[in-house]
Design a protein around this ligand. Structure first.
Ligand SMILES: Nc1ncnc2c1ncn2[C@@H]1O[C@H](COP(=O)(O)OP(=O)(O)OP(=O)(O)O)[C@@H](O)[C@H]1O
Ligand SMILES: [Mg+2]
Length: 574
């Protein structure tokens, strides 16, 4: 019920539409109820053989039906407007929230699941609202009105009619609970299926290169099969419920027919009233039989709402402090005894890291794979917060800065190059929305990307795929570097940014970047040690600890890890 009210709250901004729809429904219901006395009058008119009365009744019926039609239009349009707007709000809120959530969330949750929640579950809610508001509410109104009228006609008969209601609600309630559970499972399955689709389509290269198509198809079929049975189970609940409800209704009817007939026979009730009473019962029968169906749909949409609120209720692990403010970065970065673990139960990935980068310095991070280099640089833009210790930029703890302010002054080229679908120009401009063509070109020149771009048929307007599919690995990297440079960031983070380049391109990018790095603090991670020789400071990480630091020559003169790594890379193959 709490869930229901929470969902209903989203409708409040559109109260006017909902009220309008409610009025239309009221008119609709009144029109329905007005048919009862009309039918009584019809039978009287026929009994009295009055043509005038007959015409009048028919004319009134046509008028009432016209009004009823107009009301149907009004309620359908108004409620759809309100519910579609509400879904728009909910979907936007979900997307906004997804954008706020931190890195750890996206590592835990599957993309396909999130997509399924933002599309499929939103659709379910929409279905739920249209059936509750468009069907359930007017039906309930008709039901209430008809019951009142029946009581007015004959209270004894009416009481008999109402006796079946507790029985009906018991059944509807029981089936509703079952439906909620099965729906939850079914929606989870839908998420699983979209996760498989998303992962396997995105990773099609791996699937194909391992010739795993058959295996994937088999797995997909298995999941689809489960989904099939869950859907069928939903249907099963519905088709068991509907005839059961109908049977109970018939029992009620039989009792009424018998008792009503008995009263007419004994002269306590006139036949026209009994006919009107039956017409009223017929009016009740339809909404009652729909109650079960509607409840099933409502339960399904509530299960979906649960899945959406589950995400909306998650707090981002990294967010602005209450007193956070904007900062103007000059470029000094300091780590004060920083330790970090990804999760409470996991071991430390960084342990008591102390380091200082002066404004404009180039700091290189080297170390074996898994040493913690990427983790270390990810703490600077606060992709994660340090578990212990603190990071200061220009002596201000980064936790006191607004995230937007902090990140907007950083340029980051991450280990995995991701380009969005769109043109090369758009991809570079992502670094700074609204930048001029000239700025984009300058950034591309600096990243040594300009030359290859103008050789493409459409130049800067070349459309690249979702993951930059039509570009080579090195080309993608250079576009990503241009994108980061365009921001003119105060702090530049390059995580293996030149790893996919050949020696020649790397040298060119290096030269350009040496120029660009001037005046900005740069963190470079590179496995190829040739890239980092000229850094102002080389930091050697091993198992999350800084084991050596200094300039290239200093480190070579010690016989530590750096020397060992260096010798392995430059030793002539034996
Ligand atoms: N999201 C994560 N959750 C849990 N553990 C992680 C996560 N990301 C990385 N790790 C672990 O943290 C350690 C350091 O990883 P990191 O990516 O920082 O290494 P790296 O030095 O950048 O390695 P490489 O040179 O291969 O890129 C590794 O042991 C890794 O398994
Ligand atoms: Mg890394």
């Amino acid at each position: 019920m709490k869930l229901f009210f929470r969902l209903a709250k989203y409708l409040t901004p559109y109260n006017n539409y909902v009220i309008g729809a409610a009025i239309s429904m009221l008119i609709f219901s009144l029109c329905n109820i007005a048919m009862i006395p009309l039918i009584a009058r019809l039978s009287e008119a026929i009994a009295q053989k009055s043509i005038f009365q007959l015409n009048l009744v028919v004319a009134m019926a046509v008028g009432i039906y016209f009004l009823r039609g107009a009301a149907t239009y009004g309620q359908g349009y108004l409620i759809s407007f309100a519910s579609q707007r509400m879904l728009f709000d909910l979907r936007t809120q979900l997307f906004e929230h997804l954008n706020k959530l931190s890195f750890d969330f996206f590592q835990k949750w599957r993309t396909g699941d999130l997509i399924s929640r933002s599309t499929n579950d939103i659709d379910n809610i929409q279905n739920g609202i249209s059936s509750t508001v468009i069907q359930l509410l007017p039906n309930m109104l008709t039901l209430l009105g008809a019951i009142c009228y029946l009581f007015y006609l004959n209270w004894k008969l009416s009481l008999l009619t109402l006796m079946i209601i507790p029985l009906l609600s018991l059944i509807i309630n029981k089936f509703g609970k079952e439906m909620h559970k099965v729906s939850s499972d079914a929606q989870k399955k839908t998420s699983d299926i979209s996760s498989i689709l998303q992962e396997k389509v995105a990773g099609v290269q791996v699937v194909k290169s391992f010739a795993m198509e058959k295996h994937e198809i088999k797995k997909f079929k298995e999941e689809s099969e489960k989904s099939f049975w869950l859907s069928l189970k939903q249907v099963q609940i519905n088709v068991t419920q509907t005839p059961l409800l109908a049977f109970i209704q018939v029992l009620g009817m039989v009792a009424i027919i018998w008792y009503g007939g008995y009263q007419v026979v004994t002269g306590k009730l006139n036949p026209a009233d009994l006919i009107a009473f039956f017409a009223g019962i017929a009016l009740i029968a339809d909404p009652v039989s729909r109650l079960g169906d509607t409840n099933a749909i409502v339960q399904r949409s509530l299960a979906s709402a649960e899945r959406i609120f589950e995400i909306i209720d998650l707090e981002p692990t990294v967010q602005d402090a209450v007193n956070a403010h904007d900062i103007e970065i000059k470029g000094e970065v300091r780590f004060n005894s920083v330790s970090f673990k990804y999760q409470e139960e996991l071991p430390l990935v960084l342990e008591k890291v102390d380091l200082k980068a002066n404004p404009g310095e180039i700091v290189a991070l080297v170390g074996r794979s898994g040493a913690g280099k990427t983790t270390l640089v990810n703490l600077i833009p606060r992709f994660y917060d340090a578990t212990e210790g603190e990071i200061l930029i220009d002596n201000i703890p980064i936790r006191d800065s607004k995230l937007h302010s902090l990140r907007s002054q950083m340029g980051i080229v991450s280990q995995e190059t991701i380009l969005f679908s769109g043109t090369i120009k758009e991809n570079i401009a992502y670094g700074k929305i609204g930048s001029s063509d000239e700025e984009i070109k300058q950034a591309a020149i600096a990243a040594n990307a300009h030359n290859f771009i103008i050789e493409l048929e459409d130049g800067y307007e070349t459309v690249v795929g979702e993951r930059g599919a039509s570009l080579s690995g090195g080309q993608k990297q250079r576009v990503a570097i241009a994108r980061a440079l365009l921001r003119n960031p105060r702090i530049l983070i390059l995580d293996e940014a030149t790893s996919a380049l050949d020696t020649e391109s790397e040298r060119l990018v290096q030269e350009a970047m040496d120029k660009l790095m001037q005046g900005r603090t740069t963190f470079v991670i590179a496995h190829r040690l040739s890239t980092v020789q000229h850094a102002d400071k080389i930091i050697v990480l091993d198992r999350g600890k800084i084991v050596e630091q200094g300039k290239h020559d200093e480190l070579l003169s010690k016989s530590g890890i750096y020397k060992m790594l260096y010798e392995m890379q430059f030793k002539e193959p034996a």
